[in-house]
Design a protein around this ligand. Structure first.
Ligand code: UD1
Length: 347
C-alpha cells in the first residue's frame, strides 16, 4: 500500500475518496485550506474507517499555491509520497464567471505549483479531478472521451488548461503516470450520514437543493426548464454516487501503478441518465417526503442531456458504478437529516 497525498481531501468528493483509499489500505496526507470545507470532516472519516493510528491519516491546513505548504505535505507522511490525488480547486460554474482570476489562480496556478513540487520530490503519479463540463454542449449522448473538449464556462476552461498541461508534461519527460477523471454528476453520501455534501449558501446543484426542500430548509424546488427535448421535458443527467466515484479513484491509481507510464483520460459516470422529474420522484419515494416544485426558466449554460459513455473505465479499470438512484437519494437524505445545517459547528 502506498503513501498518498490528497489535495482537497476535506471536500465532498475528497472526504469520500479519503474514506475509500483508507479502506483500501493506503496511508494519507491530506492538504486542504478549508476554503469550502471544515476540519470536522476528516475526523469523521477517521471515525468511519475505525482508525486508531493517526499515522495513517495526517491532515495539514495549507494551500496548493504555497511551495512551503506543499513541501511540508510531501514530508509529513511516514514514507515518501508515491502518488498524489489532486482534488483541490474551485468548482462553482456560476461563480467562475464573476471570479475568473480566482479560478485560474487556484485551479491552474495551484495545479502548476503542485506539479512543480511533485517534480522536486520525485513523485510522478497523479490522479486529477476533471469534469464532464469539458464537453460543453455535446452533439449527442452517450459522450465518449474522444468528444471535443469545448468548455463553455471559465471553470471548464481552467480544468481544460490543467488537462492540457498534464498532456504536455507526460510528453516532456519519461515516468509520468497521470489519470484525468472526468466526473459526471457526483451525488449521494456515505450511508452512515456522517459525511456528505455541505454547500455554502443556496445550493446550485440539484441534489442538495432537493434535500434542503425535503427537510424544510427551502420552500420549493425550481425545475429549470420543462421544455427540453427529453422524454418528460426536464433535463437529463448522469448521476453517480460519490462512493462509486471515490472507488473510481482507487481503481485509477491501481491501474497507474500497475501499468506503464502514460496519460489516461476517463469518464466516470454510470452511462444511465435521469431527468429532474425522475430524481424528484425517486427522492420522494426514498424519503417519504414531498418535494414541492415549480417550473422555472431554463438556466443559462445548461444542456438538455449529459450522459457518459463509461466503457473505457470499465475495460481498463474493471470499474463500474454499483449504486442505484434510490441509494443516491436515501444516502443524501440520511446525511441531510442527521446534519440539517451541514457540518456547521459540529464535532
Ligand atoms: C453542475 C455543473 C458542473 C458540475 C456539476 C457537479 C453547471 C452548469 N454545471 O452540473 O460543472 O460538474 O454540477 O455536480 O452548473 N436543476 C434544477 N433546479 C435546481 C438545480 C438544478 O432544475 O435548483 C437542474 C439543472 O438544470 C440540471 C440538473 O438539475 O438539468 C442537474 O443540475 P446540477 O446538479 O446543477 O448539475 P449540472 O448542471 O449538470
Amino acid at each position: 500500500m502506498a503513501q498518498l497525498l490528497i489535495t482537497g481531501g476535506a471536500g465532498f468528493i475528497g472526504s469520500h475518496t479519503c474514506f475509500s483509499l483508507l479502506e483500501a489500505g493506503h496511508n494519507l496526507v491530506v492538504l486542504d485550506n478549508y476554503s469550502n470545507s471544515s476540519s470536522v470532516v476528516l475526523r469523521r472519516v477517521a471515525e468511519l474507517v475505525g482508525l486508531k493510528d493517526c499515522k495513517r491519516l495526517k491532515v495539514l491546513q495549507g494551500d496548493i499555491r504555497s511551495k512551503e505548504d506543499l513541501d511540508k505535505a510531501f514530508s509529513a507522511g511516514e514514507e515518501p509520497v508515491t502518488a498524489v490525488v489532486h482534488l483541490a480547486g474551485l468548482k462553482a460554474v456560476g461563480e467562475s464567471f464573476n471570479r475568473p482570476l480566482d479560478y485560474w489562480d487556484v485551479n491552474v496556478t495551484g495545479s502548476h505549483s503542485l506539479l512543480r513540487s511533485m517534480q522536486r520530490h520525485g513523485c510522478r503519479t497523479i490522479v486529477f479531478s476533471s469534469t464532464a463540463t469539458l464537453y460543453g454542449l455535446p452533439k449527442e449522448v452517450p459522450i465518449p472521451e474522444t468528444f471535443a473538449v469545448q468548455p463553455i464556462n471559465p471553470y471548464g476552461h481552467t480544468k481544460a488548461a490543467v488537462e492540457q498541461l498534464l498532456g504536455n508534461l507526460v510528453n516532456s519527460e519519461p515516468g509520468w503516470r497521470i489519470a484525468c477523471l472526468r466526473y459526471f454528476n457526483p451525488v449521494g453520501a456515505h450511508p452512515s450520514g456522517r459525511i456528505g455534501e455541505d454547500p455554502s449558501g443556496v445550493p446550485n446543484n440539484l441534489f442538495p437543493f432537493v434535500s434542503q426542500v425535503a427537510v424544510g430548509r427551502r420552500q420549493e424546488l425550481q425545475v429549470f426548464g420543462a421544455d427540453w427535448p427529453t422524454p418528460d421535458g426536464s433535463a437529463v443527467r448522469d448521476y453517480i454516487h460519490v462512493l462509486d466515484l471515490a472507488e473510481g479513484h482507487s481503481a485509477a491509481l491501481e491501474f497507474l501503478q500497475r501499468e506503464k507510464p502514460q496519460l489516461l483520460i476517463l469518464n466516470l459516470g454510470s452511462g444511465r441518465g435521469y431527468s429532474v422529474f425522475e430524481v424528484v420522484r425517486a427522492f420522494e419515494q426514498a424519503t417519504g417526503r414531498e418535494v414541492p416544485y415549480r417550473i422555472a426558466n431554463r438556466r443559462v449554460g445548461d444542456v438538455a442531456c449529459s450522459i457518459a459513455d463509461p466503457r473505457v473505465a470499465q475495460e481498463l479499470l474493471g470499474w463500474q458504478t454499483k449504486r442505484t438512484l434510490e441509494e443516491m437519494c436515501q444516502d443524501s437524505w440520511s446525511w441531510q437529516q442527521a446534519n440539517p445545517l451541514g457540518y456547521g459547528c459540529a464535532e
